[in-house]
Design a protein around this ligand. Sequence first.
Ligand SMILES: *Cc1c(COP(=O)(O)O)cnc(C)c1O
Length: 247
Amino acid sequence: MLIRPQICAENLARVRARILSTATATGRNPESVTLLAVSKGQPPEAVRQFAALGLRDFAENYLQEALTKMDAVADAALRWHFIGPVQSNKTAAIAERFAWVHTVDRPRIAERLSAQRPHYAPPLKICLQVKLGSETSKSGVLPADLPALAASVARLPRLELRGLMCLPPPETTRDRQRHWFAELAGLASLLRAQGLPLDTLSMGMSTDLEAAIEEGSTLLRIGTALFGPRTSDPGSISSLDGTGAPS
Ligand SMILES: *Cc1c(COP(=O)(O)O)cnc(C)c1O
């Protein structure tokens, strides 16, 4: 795949302009919103392009794909976020290689991540994934179970609980999008009132970043608006960077 620097720069400028105009209109400091580049389904060369344009935070959903890509760009000193479902047999590698995990949704996963976080590394930064609405993915803690999970994660020595994450059902109107993000923001306020110092709302993607910013997002997870379309099968990523896997 040919990665055109010009297109990467234009896409990044467009996303930054959307963040700037929404933040400004909402009375928020645009710098309070971090842009996280979701590089799943994209080759290492694309990550390099965006790193050269100044992005430092990158996110991946699939561990094997992530590890291969991280090795390929190891010289770039990037901060990696894990945003896919966490299986318990994958926690050791995730605890070792990532700076953030956005998708913790049960105590057992949190306990393993804490136990397996290497002692030479700072505590692993955690967002709890909350399941909003009845039609969302299987992942995510139910709002009713969130306070107990948050309290137990906050006690784990090698984790640093930073906030909440959601992947709401796709909505076509700004009001419907805002509804879910407002719900997540409300849950975070509730936890703060109980003494947990949460500073992160990981919400908003390519099609709904405006609604997310309006409801207080501090971390946008943006894939297609930066990189363009993904390959349909993330497992075929290596064929894109010329390492020879069948497509
Ligand atoms: C793929 C993905 C994104 C990015 O989605 P886009 O619509 O491409 O911006 C964000 N968050 C999660 C959890 C994802 O899986």
